[in-house]
Design a protein around this ligand. Structure first.
Ligand code: GH3
Ligand code: MG
Ligand code: MG
Ligand code: MG
Ligand code: MG
Length: 311
């Protein structure tokens, strides 16, 4: 357990540090409230031991600042234990009101200190588990279970944001809609499990084309999502027209050259995809119109024989 000890008296800090280290805790010392707030963000302690009277910034003020930092994070609540000179009812009430969890007197007996630290360690451990669980849940809520790509919910949220940013800055904006060709026939012929494998492979291929464009700096922050059953969307904020075309043609070629056999795809014999795109040089329209344009071009790509992009 990492402990941030906030104490202006060097002698007291030294005594406490030794005691805490002897319990096996890792201690870092801040000499006033202001240093403590900065150190808190740096070391992310599991527990704070906070003196009250200190120069520059006292313990109550530092606690209020730490609680304000935590208010912006999920499930963040680092136990803060005040160190007081005297064991009075008034001290306890003030400490709790200020955002502390408990207080101990500086002359506390060894065994009491150790017991209180144990109780605080339990709070710290619980908080950590909650924040890990919360992170996992959030992560899962924005992912598609089959392909691991972002899901539609996440894409819709991101699209709205990216679109309003593009509108206010007048930046270019591009959207691709991709659909696997004759996928119903693929399922009918090879079975749904093979269909699922195929979906995963196409999704990974799409993601790697997009990732490559990001890492070659052709695009910045472009990402793919599973938009519906066998439909995918690619959002390319601030992409150039060349980047937009390159991703569209790149993914069609990458999927075709996987060479996944598809007997019932009469024209191509392997799994292929069709893409419809919309490139807006300076965003000013309604996002719905951008979608409609991409969707119409996707139909046009299907009608023109599939395995192609209409941009
Ligand atoms: P087109 O070339 O015109 O796009 O024809 P298509 O057969 O691909 O289009 P259609 O919309 O008729 O069929 C889509 C199929 O995708 C139907 C559905 O069973 C399949 N599908 C959707 N989601 C999944 C999935 O999660 N797993 C599997 N195996 N199949 C899926
Ligand atoms: Mg002091
Ligand atoms: Mg479809
Ligand atoms: Mg369809
Ligand atoms: Mg299809």
């Amino acid at each position: 357990m990492k402990i941030l000890l906030v104490e202006d008296s060097r002698a007291m800090a030294a005594v406490m540090s030794v005691r805490l280290a002897s319990f096996g805790y890792e201690v870092s010392v801040a000499e006033n409230g202001e240093v403590a707030v900065a150190r808190f963000a740096e070391v992310a302690p599991d527990l704070v031991l906070m003196d009250i009277e200190m120069p520059v910034m006292n313990g109550f003020e530092a606690t209020a600042r730490i609680r304000a930092i935590e208010a912006t994070q999920d499930w963040a609540w680092t136990p803060i234990l005040f160190l007081t000179a005297s064991n009075t009812q008034e001290n306890l009430i003030t400490a709790i009101e200020a955002g502390g969890d408990d207080f101990i007197v500086k002359s506390v007996p060894e065994a009491v200190l150790q017991a209180k630290m144990k109780a605080m360690a339990r709070i710290a451990a619980l908080r950590k588990r909650l924040s890990v669980a919360n992170r996992l849940l959030r992560e899962q809520a924005s992912r598609d279970g089959l392909t691991g790509l972002c899901n539609r919910r996440h894409m819709d949220l991101t699209l709205d944001l990216a679109w309003s940013e593009a509108r206010s800055s007048g930046a270019p904006f591009a959207l691709l809609m991709l659909d696997i060709d004759h996928f119903k026939k693929y399922n009918d012929y090879y079975g749904h499990l093979a269909g699922d494998d195929c979906l995963r492979t196409v999704a990974q291929t799409l993601a790697s084309v997009v990732d490559r464009c990001n890492s070659e700096r052709l695009t910045d922050g472009a990402f793919a999502a599973r938009y519906g059953g066998e439909e995918f969307a690619v959002l390319m904020p601030q992409a150039s027209a060349q980047a937009y075309e390159r991703v569209a043609h790149g993914v069609i070629e990458a999927v075709r050259s996987l060479g996944i056999r598809h007997e019932r795809n009469a024209d191509w014999g392997v799994v292929t995809t069709s893409v419809g795109g919309a490139f807006v040089p300076a965003a000013n329209d309604e996002l719905m119109h951008v979608f409609r344009a991409a969707d119409e071009r996707l139909y046009a790509a299907k009608a023109a024989g599939r395995n192609r992009a209409v941009l």
